[in-house]
Ligand binder design. Sequence first.
Ligand SMILES: Nc1ncnc2c1ncn2[C@@H]1O[C@H](COP(=O)(O)OP(=O)(O)O)[C@@H](O)[C@H]1O
Ligand SMILES: [Mg+2]
Length: 293
Amino acid sequence: MTSRSVINGTYATIGVDKGEIYREALTFIVKLTLVADPILAVTVRKIISFFNQAGGTGKTTLAQNLGYQLAQRQHRVLLVDIDPQASLTAFMGLEPFELKQTIADSLLKDAPLPIHHNLHGVDLVPSNILLSAAEVQLHSVIAREWRLKQALSPVQGSYDFLLIDCPPTLGIFSILSLVASTHVLIPIQTHFKAFLGVELLLDSIRQVKERINPALAIAGVVPMMHESRTSQGKVILDGINEQLGVIATIFPAIPRAISFADASMARQPLAIYDPKHPSVQLLSSIAKNLESI
Ligand SMILES: Nc1ncnc2c1ncn2[C@@H]1O[C@H](COP(=O)(O)OP(=O)(O)O)[C@@H](O)[C@H]1O
Ligand SMILES: [Mg+2]
């Protein structure tokens, strides 16, 4: 065989048939892929929507606390608030009404994402009530479904996890979020109302997956505000495991505990507000699991 290098581009093609060139080129591509694969595997970032169109299921609480736990595990985390109610922005210690720049500017005006750095070790793109006006304005924006994905793309290389806190609706902001995400995490309250709307929620995920974002995967379901001592709590948790366990990982249930509400009011993750609280370990174990979704 004629000795030559495809890599440095010097083809000594005298005496070499075309088939051999193709074979060598193919071998080179395979080798390149093998070298790149482990690098890609490490750098594939996870963009997770915290999604449930019901209000008060713990989306914001989970996004805040899992973001904190992931940062504690040495991951670079960006929290993205795409809810006009701006609970995540407030839970992270910012005053939504005082903000000059929010995610709305990036969605509507192509402004760079207004990132607030190192709030308890995580970064945050805030929101405020002005985002609700963007809902109407977005209707006339071409390819609006891609707006969040486009807005995140210049910064996502700087993070391992991007956690997006959806509003309690099936509206445009939840859709933007699902389109921009690799995964969706579903918090469900273990309450008799738990299954109301689950069909609709799964249907929204299915539609986004089928029409726009085929790679979207369900990261799991987190039963929230669980009351293990009531029979209703047990029955609903069993129902969640039976009915949703076939389509998604069901994470350990987070018990109802006043410390969560107190921590929210203190604008701190639970692990800072009450480090010895038993749910801190649960949150940490869910965060660990998110590393391998
Ligand atoms: N496990 C829990 N136990 C008790 N209260 C909780 C728990 N998780 C969240 N909360 C409180 O419930 C309220 C609603 O939670 P939130 O995360 O804002 O829900 P969502 O974002 O889905 O509307 C908040 O006041 C929060 O502090
Ligand atoms: Mg919320």
